[in-house]
Design a protein around this ligand. Sequence first.
Ligand SMILES: [Zn+2]
Ligand SMILES: [Zn+2]
Length: 267
Amino acid sequence: MLIDTHAHLASHAFEAEGELDAIIARASEAGVTRIISIGSELEDSARNVQIAAAHEGVFATVGVHPTSVHEVTQEGWVEDLRGLTQLPKVQAIGEIGLDFYHPPQDGSPEDVWRARQDRFFRAQLDLAVELDLPVVIHQRESAEAVGEVLKDYIGKVTAVFHCFNGTPDQARVILDQGHYLSFTGIVTFKSAADVQASARFVPEDRLMVETDSPYLAPVPFRGKRCEPAYTRNTAEFIAELRGIPSETLAQITTSNAERFFRLPHPR
Ligand SMILES: [Zn+2]
Ligand SMILES: [Zn+2]
């Protein structure tokens, strides 16, 4: 039994008639019995909550991604987000963070854009503290800046760094702050020596697996549309890296995800 801790089920990639039911069924056949569907802005967050309500094994997070901050223009957006967190099966706030890889999406100067991301990041961390919810962190070429922000929240918020792509040294800083690391199909790529070293290095109680569907399909599906069933490929790859049976890796990552996202035990 596996949990895909990061998929975007509200993505347009899955909006064709019957598509969601089909990918959830294929996931289940592959042993991926639960999926956390992640929000990127307010509309897809609301849609996530609906998808979770309609599918037993699906849970939702709600949040504004750092490259979507320009799409949220209404004054009371924090209130809107707070409202979504009160709905059933919303387990965390995310994905939130900083992204210095993509250029400013609203045409503003770099410093203005980064300040805006920072404001959204902190406002959502404050909300997580207030509501006692864990957070899903997105960071790209912004590891240090994210680490600086999170210093203000040590002991107040627990985070998972999704799609962790860093070195063991970078992993250590995050782990020392009490957070979790989650790995996508990138770990299966030939060029991903650093990520593989990190996936070996993470202590057993801080490790999770995800697909980031519809992006980042693992080998042998690399370059294709990704879906939650492929969590199995990533999990099996990491089990081999760590020299443990894939059953054990599944148990470890599942119990971490249950604890982190406070999931009810399945019947
Ligand atoms: Zn992300
Ligand atoms: Zn994502």
